[in-house]
Structure formats: C-alpha cells, structure tokens
Design a protein around this ligand. Structure first.
Ligand code: DON
Length: 554
C-alpha cells in the first residue's frame, strides 16, 4: 500500500573537509567559514548558534538554552551537554495554577516575565568552545556581532513569526524596538520578508560576552536581565543567574537495523522516544514493492502512543528519582519486544482528548562535522516563537518562555498539547522536561554516519526517527529523507496527525479502517538539519525544504 514520498530538489553541500546544516543560510555560512579557517566542529557550531541568535531570534538566542551532543573523533566518545534553562529559585509547583478556583491562564507561562526560566545558552556555548573548540569565544562571537551590527534581511519565517507574535511583542517597547519595524502608521509592525533588521544593542552585548561570557551571570548585566523579567511580572533573580551551571548528562543509546543511535537523555524525553520508536519498528518490514506498508505506519503510531504515555511520568532526573528507570525501560530491547508482541491489528483507543495547539517550527537545530570527523549536534531554543517577548532594555537579549515546558497542572496540556502526571511540575532550580533530540547515528562498522535533529516541540522525536528510517530503510538521499512527509501521534490527543498530502487516499482509508483517527494538519512541521557521510567518504549536509535553512561546506 503506497505512501507518497515527496521528492524535492534542494541543494546539498558536499566536502571531504566537513559540512554544516542550520536553519539559516547566514549561520551556515558563518560555520563553514570557521571550518575553512581551520576551526573544528565545536568552533563552527558555537559560531553558528550565536549567529542564529541574531538572525533567527524567533527560534533561539542567548536568552534561551538547549542541548549539545559532541562527538570527539579521537577518543571516539559522545559528550552530552545540558545548557537548558532551569526554573528560578522562587518557582513553586502552583506557579501557574488556578487562583481561587479560576482556571489557570496558559498565556502566563508563554508571554511575559513569569514565563522566563534561567537562560543557559551563553554558559553552554562558552563551555562547548572552551572544552571542545580551538578558538577564543571572542573570535566565535565576532561573526554574530557583525551580523547584528550590519543588519540582515528578515527571513520569511522571521516575518511570519513576528506577525504571529505581533500583539505580544508590540505590547513591550523594548521588544518592539529590537525585533519589529515601524509600520506605515508609525506603529510597530512585523517586517516584510527581506526587510532589514539591525540589532546594535545585541552586537554590543555579543562583543562583551565574547570577552567575558561570565558577565551574563554576574554583575550589572545579570542584574538587568533579572530586572527585565521581574518588571514584566516574573520572579527571576540575579542570584538565579549566579547559580546557573552547565551539566554533563548521560546520552541514551540504542540501535536500528545494525546502526547505533545516540541521542539526548534526560532532562529530554526526546532521545528515548527516538530510540524506543525505531527499536519498536525493527521487527516490521519497512518496504513492500517499493512502498511503506500500512502495517509499518500502524506499528509506528501505536509505538508513539505508548512512548508518549510513558513520557507523561518523566521529569528532571535530579528531582524525579524514578525518571531514569523509565527512560532505561523505553530504550531497552525488551520494551521494544513487548510493544511488538502487544501490537494488534487495530489502534488502541486513548482515554482523554486534548486539542493540539501548535505544530511548531520555532526552536532550531544545527548539525556540523569537521575534517577530522568530529561532530556537534545542537538543538537550542527560546521555546515558543520569540520566547516570552521580553527583551532586556539596551542589551538586545530576548528572554525565553521555557517555563511553559513544565506541567502547569497534572493533565493540563502545554503549548505542544503535551500532558504530564505531575513529575514535571515547576520547582526551584528544576529543568523542564524537553522533547529536543540532537542525535548521532553510527554505521554498522562503528564510523559516524549521520548527525541530525529538528525543532517542533512534541513532534521533534518523531521527525528525527522518520528521517533516520527513510535513510536506513528506503535508501533515500539526504534531501529526500528530510523532505518526506511526516506522521505524528503523541498519545494525547488521540489523533494521528499527518502533513498535508502525506498519505495517498488508499493508505489513509486503510489506517482509518484500523481505528486510527487521522487529522490532516494545516501546515507541515519540523525543520530538520542533517549531515551524513556519503559512500565516497565525503560529508554532505542538507536542510529541511519546509523552511529557510540551507547547508554549507568548507
Ligand atoms: O524543549 C522542548 O521540547 C521545547 N521547548 C521545544 C520547543 C520547540 O521545538 C518549538 N518548536 N516548534
């Protein structure tokens, strides 16, 4: 039974000296330039992440946080850096809960000061550069500062995102000044695609942080950051910034048809879902007469439901003692065997229904490999489009709204429709549970083969797993694998979301006949960025054709 596999011609970048894919051509170019001048993958990744903070502020920035997987080719070891935001010291489990019987206001965890968690990006990038790079942090921040100072054309995604968040940004003068333009009536407006954005305050801040990244966390700048969140109804304190630490985490590992998969572990659930899903699919035939069998898609949806249901019990492992055990189970071969054994012919019903609220392309992923075969996969975010819409006056720093990744209350869906049982409730110093899944794949012989990741909130792990399956199972080119239409089930709501035109009518009917509740999404989702080793040994990079990204190579 056929699944339509879209073929889109987008360029790949190929070189024996490494390659890079990011969500913005200017950031990819910055990274390729670092590689050309002899910098390594960590140098290039940090320079690209800082450039993205300038040109793609709707997705990530120095007021946000994220995860990096670093593959050190010499010691053949994967390091997982956690520079994700943590809740301020004043956070309590009922921070966003109903007051006096009134329903909780979801927007307080998305817009404004209370949504802001302690940013980790600057410490994360500085530590990545110091431990794994070869260049000074100042040298890696310089291209981003230049982009901010000279200005750049707003991308179509920037323009769309600014329109979507216009009310939130325009209500805040510092944000409007930094991120919007003056409309015909003189009021703040979203820039048209191609309209020039100049960020001089951010350029100055990037140069200062280039010389001294610790300045973000102590002293006058830290005071200003905390004040900006508090002036907007938040609870962030300068002492929260002073306490912030980057953490080394244990990555999660598994395998798919002989390929070794390494992805982000807790406090992300993303890696466990990528691996659990692929391992559950290993017993299914991925192709039948050149097509994806309906049975494979059925097995995929059912495994996704079960894995997302498990996710509901997860939270920061430093606060939730049982979380590590649940992840261990999710990635175990025994669990995959159980999912297969319990897979019936029909879809299992899911108890509760909550509407999905966002399909999401904010957040950003970048993949880099250098000439020595070192690799970095970073997924980093300010969470929702333009984060909390809070800009620290005079600094260009846009603050995240990562607090929305906590459960506002047990069973209450967040911006991505994800629900939890309370393990992921806010608490002082706690990291909100993430779905981000920067992922490395090693070929059966052991050599690094693929660096991949994507944004998209809850859809991140299913996007990454489907890209890997298209490469391993279908022998697709890298562009085809990223372009192929996506399906997604996240347990709640009970809907198998499909991208527009993803399924042929016959396949859709066959899935519906098995009891799947298909829901065709209005827009496609995900913005995957990948680098892969070609059979000739050279590296090729490709960007998701859905949005503005472009690969580059030295
Ligand atoms: O960490 C997470 O899972 C979310 N904050 C990621 C947000 C995201 O991917 C938004 N993009 N659509």
């Amino acid at each position: 039974m056929p699944v339509l596999l879209a073929i889109v011609l987008s360029a790949t970048a190929v070189s024996s000296r490494g390659a890079v894919a990011t969500a913005h051509p200017l950031a990819s170019e910055v990274a390729a330039d670092v590689l050309r001048r002899g910098g390594n993958a960590a140098d290039a990744a940090v320079a690209a992440a800082l450039a993205l903070a300038v040109v793609e502020p709707q997705s990530s920035g120095i007021g946000g946080g994220g995860f990096a997987l670093v593959y050190d080719a010499r010691e053949k070891k994967v390091h997982a850096l956690d520079f994700r935001e943590v809740a301020p010291g004043a956070a309590t489990p009922d921070l966003f809960a109903a007051r006096g019987g009134a329903p909780a206001t979801p927007s307080r965890s998305l817009d404004g000061g209370l949504a802001v968690a302690v940013p980790g990006a600057v410490k994360g990038y500085a530590e990545l550069a110091r431990r794994f790079g070869t260049r000074s942090f100042a040298a890696l921040a310089a291209p981003a500062a230049r982009l901010a100072e000279r200005g750049f054309p707003a991308s179509p995604s920037y323009s769309d995102a600014a329109r979507a968040r216009l009310a939130c940004l325009a209500a805040r003068p510092a944000a409007a000044r930094e991120l919007l333009v003056a409309g015909a009536d003189g009021r703040p407006a979203a820039p048209a695609p191609g309209e020039r954005i100049v960020r001089r305050d951010l350029a100055r801040t990037l140069r200062l942080l280039g010389r001294d990244p610790a300045a973000f966390y102590r002293g006058p700048l830290a005071e200003r950051i905390a004040r900006a969140a508090r002036d907007d109804g938040g609870v962030l304190a300068a002492s929260d910034l002073a306490r912030y630490r980057v953490r080394d985490r244990a990555p999660v590992e598994g395998s798919y048809r002989g390929y070794r998969i390494v992805s982000m572990g807790l406090p992300s659930a993303g890696g466990a879902i990528v691996i659990g899903l692929l391992q559950a699919l290993e017993r299914e035939a991925p192709r039948e007469g050149g097509y994806r069998p309906v049975r494979f898609l059925h097995a995929m949806a059912e495994a996704e439901k079960r894995l997302f249901a498990k996710r509901a019990a997860l939270g920061d492992p430093d606060f939730v003692p049982g979380a590590a055990g649940v992840v261990e189970e999710m990635v175990s071969p025994a669990y995959a065997a159980r999912l297969s054994a319990e897979l019936g012919e029909r879809a299992r019903p899911v108890a509760a229904d909550t509407p999905p609220r966002d399909e999401g392309k904010h957040t950003t992923h970048l993949s880099v490999v250098d000439a020595e075969g070192n690799a970095v996969a970073i997924t980093t975010t300010v969470n929702y489009l333009f984060g909390a819409c809070v800009v620290v006056p005079g600094t260009g720093i846009l603050l995240n709204d990562e607090m929305d990744d906590f459960d506002a209350a047990a069973g209450a869906p967040n911006a991505y429709g994800l629900v939890g049982t309370g393990a992921n409730a806010p608490a002082a110093g706690k990291t909100p549970l993430s779905s981000m899944a920067p992922t490395l794949v090693f070929a059966p012989g052991g050599a690094l083969w693929l660096v991949v990741g994507a944004p998209g909130g809850s859809t991140i792990p299913t996007t990454v797993a489907q890209a890997i399956s298209h490469l391993v199972d279908d022998g697709m080119s890298l562009e085809q694998a990223l372009a192929a239409p996506r399906l997604h089930h996240q347990w709640q709501p009970d809907a198998l979301r499909v991208e527009p035109n993803a399924l042929e009518a016959e396949t859709a009917r066959a899935l519906a006949a098995r009891g799947h509740r298909l829901q065709v999404a209005e827009r496609p989702w995900g913005n995957a960025q990948a680098v892969r080793r070609r059979p000739d040994g050279r590296w090729e990079a490709a960007s998701d054709p859905r949005y503005d990204g472009a690969p580059s190579a030295p």
